[in-house]
Design a protein around this ligand. Structure first.
Ligand SMILES: [Zn+2]
Length: 480
């Protein structure tokens, strides 16, 4: 046989395989149509009756079609008779095929694949699982990804209900819990950060056509998150089946500390990177340092400013990491303090309180810190509590004097506040974690925060990919 004839024969085989596949797909479709007809007995159903039947049976069809295509593509692997043992290299004969059910977003797919067991090594493999990139267990990665995405947005109960309704794939809340924690396990700031290229592209877009380098804001902020102690995990011995009627632990509000980098483009904010965790100052600054060392913030291309509250530890650390950054005391933080003082001082006279707040704020907003301090010193405290508040506020303003250069800072285009309650940090923490009755173990709360940051930074797909690769690697190790 000449080469042309061999080619023609290969073409012919390919042609035949395709024809066979088509034939089988049509058969599946016919079977499926029978099922639809069984459901819809009315000769003239309403559109809803029709769509409902098709909707409920859609996974039988789609899963079935997927199954046929898979079997056609992997015909050789499914029929594989021998394989060499990955441990000793011996040739091993296939055992009876083992069937697996894979739950995908398209429905269940059955795969019957050969299993090879080396008696010398007492080790078995299914090479097809690896080739297909299968997750261990029934629920495949597409299901896991969609579920983790949803669970990062809404409470577990709602996620479970919506997920089953919208995808037709049931998943328990326990499974959703476990999945969220697995996907976010070990995720750090650099895992949720956009790449250097992505950040540079955003900076370039804002800088285009401008004389001045764009302003890049680093806002350091916290938000309270309800947590529960680790001790809430254990149950009393000997009473395993009995649930405690009353919680034997008390919840605690803890601060999720974090930061956000964003660009200021006139009145618009261009988000770059958020990272929030229930963590101490050390961990917060270690994350900031990692961002800096990864070269994600091109300080020479922007005018960097740092917005934070008056906490001294923050500013000391900021100075070390970003010595040339413009430091700005977040307007919303000290505005809160001014309001609090007014409440204590003028509790019985709300109109007086308002008048005083407005005058003080106007003065400080104009950058007249000394004038503001002088006004406070002149104030006759109404109570001992007011006296303490006044003293505190004076100290606060004195310590942060150079960070309230609002007149020149405003002129240079720097923002004076991070947006108070609407800030991304609070959004990330509160929307999902602050639910009535929900108290988070710190580790789980941090997992959820990591996924929420990833979504906010638009890096969720990358975080999931990291998880998928880890899971595949794990299966390979269990089953090398
Ligand atoms: Zn072997």
């Amino acid at each position: 046989m000449g080469p042309a004839a061999v080619l023609a024969l290969a073409d012919l085989r390919e042609e035949r395989r395709r024809a066979e596949l088509r034939q089988r797909l049509h058969e599946r479709l016919d079977q499926w149509l029978d099922r639809v007809e069984e459901r819809v007995k009315e000769p003239k159903p309403t559109l809803e009756q029709l769509t409902q039947a098709v909707w409920e049976l859609r996974q039988e069809l789609m899963g079935g079609l997927t199954e046929e295509i898979l079997h056609q593509r992997y015909g050789a692997e499914v029929a594989q008779q021998t394989a060499s043992c990955p441990r000793c290299g011996r040739l091993v004969a296939a055992r009876a095929p083992v069937s697996r059910t894979l739950d995908t977003l398209l429905g269940s797919v059955q795969v019957s694949r050969p299993y090879f067991y080396c008696t010398a090594c007492q080790h078995g493999v299914s090479p097809l699982d690896d080739a297909l990139g299968l997750a261990e267990g029934r629920k495949q990665f597409d299901v896991q990804k969609a579920a983790a995405k949803l669970a990062a947005e809404v409470p577990y109960d709602t996620a479970q209900e919506l997920f089953a309704e919208l995808t037709g794939v049931p998943l328990s809340t326990e499974r959703l819990h476990a999945l969220t924690n697995a996907v976010a396990n070990g995720v750090g700031v650099l895992d949720v950060a956009p790449t250097q290229e992505e950040i540079m592209a955003k900076i370039a877009a804002v800088a285009a056509g401008r004389r001045w380098r764009p302003i890049l804001v680093l806002a350091i902020d916290g938000a309270d998150v309800p947590t529960r102690p680790e001790t809430a995990k254990g149950r009393r011995r000997g009473r395993k089946r009995q649930r405690a009627k009353r919680a034997r632990w008390t919840g605690q509000w803890r601060e999720a500390k974090g930061f956000r980098f964003y660009l200021v483009d006139d009145d618009r904010i261009v988000h770059l990177l958020s990272w929030h965790q229930i963590q101490d100052d050390e961990a917060l600054f270690a994350a900031l340092q990692a961002v800096k060392e990864a070269g994600l913030i091109p300080e020479e291309l922007v005018r960097l400013c740092v917005l934070a509250d008056g906490a001294r530890w923050i500013w000391n650390r900021v100075k070390v990491l970003f010595p040339t950054a413009e430091e700005i005391l977040d307007y919303y933080h000290w505005a809160e303090r001014v309001h609090k003082l007014a409440e204590v001082q003028y509790g019985d006279h709300p109109e007086k309180a308002l008048e005083w707040v407005e005058a003080t704020m106007a003065r400080l907003f104009a950058g007249e810190v000394d004038g503001g301090i002088w006004g406070l010193q002149r104030l006759r405290p109404a109570t001992a509590e007011a006296a303490a508040e006044i003293e505190q506020l004076i100290g606060y303003l004195q310590n942060n004097r150079e960070r309230i250069n609002y007149r020149s800072q405003r002129k240079a285009g720097y923002p004076l506040g991070s947006g108070g309650i609407e800030s991304a940090n609070k959004f990330i923490c509160h929307v999902r974690l602050k639910r009535s009755g929900a108290w988070w173990y710190v580790a789980n709360g941090n997992h959820m925060l990591a996924l929420r940051c990833a979504k906010y930074n638009r890096t969720f797909d990358r975080v999931f990919e990291r998880y998928r690769q880890q899971m595949l690697e794990k299966s390979r190790q269990n089953n090398p």
